[in-house]
Design a protein. Structure first.
Length: 419
């Protein structure tokens, strides 16, 4: 049989697992003690046209312009649970008990709650978790009340009762509308659902590949992929990437990223194409993913700031605003500084890749390093020390190579065993 070489994209995964491999940023932090921030707990962030940063807190709404925080007076008492900008540039605010509000372009606010829209055929739930927009259509995900669709005049409710069990959920932590017009629905108990633009539905749960039923956050990654962050569970496996074209999943956990976390609260893409992840648990409140792979951050080490991160808003040039339990922070250092010794091209680390028989390295400090080869599901296939590495006993396909040099950060490299 004629041998064919599998052609794969090569990704380099580099991140710090020990103190010497961490990237410790300097941070500017806004707190009620040094600014007009209405509460220390910053729950939601979003940016509008003109670079205004909107800040949702446990006690109202504020905004940051020219390094100064201003409070929106009408919002006093709002526990902000969702912030999104619609296609007309209007800000939508979800709250934990007072419904939704829309800040119109003239600065006035419109209220959407059971207080003024309740009753049969109306809007009857006031704990808002998410928004999605399709021109003049607004989708609103609630906590306990299902999914609402609002066309400016009429409200339509989607839940277990109104859809005859096709959409059996009541909590909607996040919504994403893709380029095909399909609405992706994160649920807290039933996994991931999709409401297609032709009216059909389909879903994924733990029986069909998800690691958890509680999907907390969604983020589209081009026309093919979508990131899924999970919450409400113990253990790892709280981050996945879903291929919307072939319905395949990639699982990211401590074994193949080094990111030790218990929840992923937010996922945002910055202007440089990096994906940022707001996490909590085990000291890692922040991580980012770029063309080189994952970088797990002990975000606020030695700065008396919590690692419980709720929300993110990327700024220019790879900087990022971070909303957390003790305020609002922005990094003063550009991401990626500090691991240049191993952030070289893949060919400078290992070659050939894909490999048929052997892997080698040009880096002298990697020659004696301990290594392990791990499957994408996290299973250790083989271990050893020193280069070259024989791969003749591996089945063709993708793997992760974990390298542990004595005097350099640990590294993860995605390698391909070819035919």
């Amino acid at each position: 049989m004629k041998r064919q070489i599998l052609v794969w994209l090569l990704f380099l995964w580099i991140f710090g697992l020990s103190a010497k491999a961490q990237i410790n940023y300097s941070w500017e932090t806004f707190q009620p003690e040094n600014s007009n921030l209405p509460a220390a707990q910053v729950t939601q962030l979003t940016k509008s046209v003109g670079d205004t940063l909107w800040i949702g807190t446990s006690n109202g709404l504020a905004y940051l312009v020219d390094s100064t925080i201003q409070v929106v007076g009408v919002s006093s008492g709002w526990f902000v649970t969702a912030l999104e900008i619609d296609q007309q540039g209007r800000l939508w605010i979800g709250t934990s008990s007072q419904g939704a509000f829309r800040r119109n372009l003239d600065g006035t606010f419109s209220e959407f709650s059971s207080n003024n829209l309740g009753g049969p055929g109306g809007f009857n739930h006031d704990h808002i978790l998410s928004f999605a927009f399709d021109n003049n259509l607004v989708w609103i995900g609630t906590s306990g009340g299902g999914l609402y669709r609002f066309d400016g005049i009429t409200w339509q409710l989607f839940n277990n009762q109104t859809t005859n069990g096709l959409l059996p959920f009541s909590d909607i932590p996040d919504l994403e509308l893709d380029e095909a017009g399909d609405l992706w629905i994160a649920t807290s108990s039933a996994g991931l659902y999709a409401l297609k633009n032709n009216g059909s539905t389909f879903f994924f749960n733990t029986d069909s590949g998800l690691t958890h039923q509680h999907v907390q956050r969604l983020s589209l990654d081009g026309n093919e992929w979508m990131w899924l962050g999970f919450a409400g569970q113990t253990g790892s496996n709280h981050l996945m990437r879903f291929n919307r074209q072939n319905s395949q999943f990639e699982i990211f956990n401590q074994s193949n990223t080094g990111l030790s976390h218990t929840n992923v609260w937010d996922i945002q893409k910055d202007s440089l194409g990096r994906f940022w992840f707001a996490c909590n648990g085990n000291g890692y409140g922040l991580a980012y993913y770029d063309s080189l792979g994952f970088h797990a951050q002990s975000a606020f080490q030695n700065q008396s700031i919590t690692d419980l991160v709720y929300s993110l808003a990327p700024a220019d040039s790879g900087f990022v605003f971070v909303g957390h339990f003790m305020g609002l922070s922005i990094n003063k250092d550009q991401p990626g500084v500090g691991i240049a010794s191993l952030e070289a091209s893949s060919q400078e680390l290992i070659f050939p890749n894909p490999a048929k028989d052997w892997l080698n390295t040009k880096e002298a400090n990697l020659q004696p390093a301990a290594w392990s080869i791990v499957s994408l599901s996290g299973q250790t296939i083989k271990t050893g020390q020193g280069f070259p590495i024989s791969v003749v006993d591996l089945a063709p396909g993708p793997y992760l190579l974990h390298i542990s040099p004595e005097h350099a950060p640990e590294s993860w490299i995605r390698l391909i065993r070819s035919w």
